[in-house]
Design a protein around this ligand. Structure first.
Ligand SMILES: C[S@@+](CC[C@H](N)C(=O)[O-])C[C@H]1O[C@@H](n2cnc3c(N)ncnc32)[C@H](O)[C@@H]1O
Length: 288
């Protein structure tokens, strides 16, 4: 193995033709930062720093994985979401920028409920890395947050993030959607469920090849899990409790119809950064 300086590492990779499709200069910089565990200003001011044997080894491994098309977050083992850094591996979906849009909305609506009731219980269904529920828990320490997962691999990462966050307003539960929950117990339910149709042609290779299928695909043209959650939430939400759902780019109308058929009211959609109706917010009008 050849030990190189920061500058040499960057230049030699950028020169190699076969890396061009998968690796950008920014990716290389992130890999260097993670390998040498220094901040960005070090990288810019010390480009003649020679990596140690261990650092070079780690860096070469990162670059190999990137060259195979692995997303940067899995290569580095972490991803920023909202204001926080989350551990990720291939058992959990990489938290998406778009999903961050939900956080301030949840905080705003939740503050109104908390002001009236002086307490609030929120369930994050299908928590994965925990990016939604733990970010909310961090922002609102007096709310009770319950995070659920069905899959043991995802649950392991969720617990590691939970431990890092050092919170005492959260519970983590292994549950198939809402099966483990009592009636009328939540003020807010939020979920970014699997919603991609198995027949979809629009799934990028990096997603298809590396992200967990249990986090991506849903039967019934992508609606199976969303509809299950809408039905289950009717039972578990308190009367006037709120349901926040993320949905696919072309699913909004059917989600709205299904919510209306199940007695939800005040249905609103929230746009993502591409002006797509990506989130649906609604109020449960039924008691149990
Ligand atoms: C699209 S990912 C979302 C993960 C995370 N909430 C986020 O926004 O990045 C869907 C999550 O739901 C979980 N899941 C799938 N089926 C489930 C089920 N029946 N019950 C509970 N969780 C489930 C998956 O393991 C996955 O972590």
């Amino acid at each position: 193995m050849i030990i190189k300086t920061i500058k040499n590492n960057i230049n030699s990779i950028l020169k190699k033709e076969f890396y061009k499709n998968n690796i950008t200069k920014k990716d290389i910089e992130f890999c260097l930062l993670e390998s040498i565990q220094k901040n960005r200003s070090f990288l810019l001011t010390h480009d003649d720093y020679a990596l140690t044997y261990k650092e070079q080894n780690k860096f070469d491994d990162f670059i190999y994985k990137l060259s195979q098309g692995m997303p940067l977050a899995y290569v580095l083992g972490n991803q920023y979401f909202y204001k926080y850094k989350y551990i990720v591996d291939q058992n959990v979906l990489i938290p998406r920028n778009e999903t961050e849009i939900l956080i301030p909305k949840i905080l705003d609506y939740g503050d109104k409920i908390y002001k009236k009731k002086k307490r609030l219980t929120l369930i994050d269904l299908g928590a994965g890395s925990g990016c939604i529920g733990l970010s909310v828990a961090k922002e609102r320490k007096n709310w009770e947050i319950i995070l659920t997962e069905k899959y043991a691999g995802a649950l392991k990462i969720l617990k590691r993030n939970y431990d890092n966050f050092k919170l005492n307003n959260c519970h983590i539960i292994l549950s198939d959607w809402l099966k483990a929950f009592n009636t009328n117990m939540a003020d807010i339910i939020v979920s970014n469920p699997p919603y991609i149709s198995r027949k979809s042609d629009f799934v990028e290779n990096s997603v298809k090849n590396f992200e967990p299928i249990t986090a991506l695909y849903s039967k019934n043209m992508g609606f199976y899990d969303i509809e299950k959650i809408i039905l289950g939430s009717r039972r578990v939400l308190k009367k006037d409790g709120l349901l926040f759902l993320e949905n696919g780019y072309n699913q909004s109308n059917r989600v709205i119809r299904y919510l209306q058929e199940n007695s939800y009211e005040d249905i609103n959609t929230i746009l993502d950064y591409n002006n797509i109706n990506r989130f649906t917010l609604s109020r449960n009008t039924k008691n149990g």
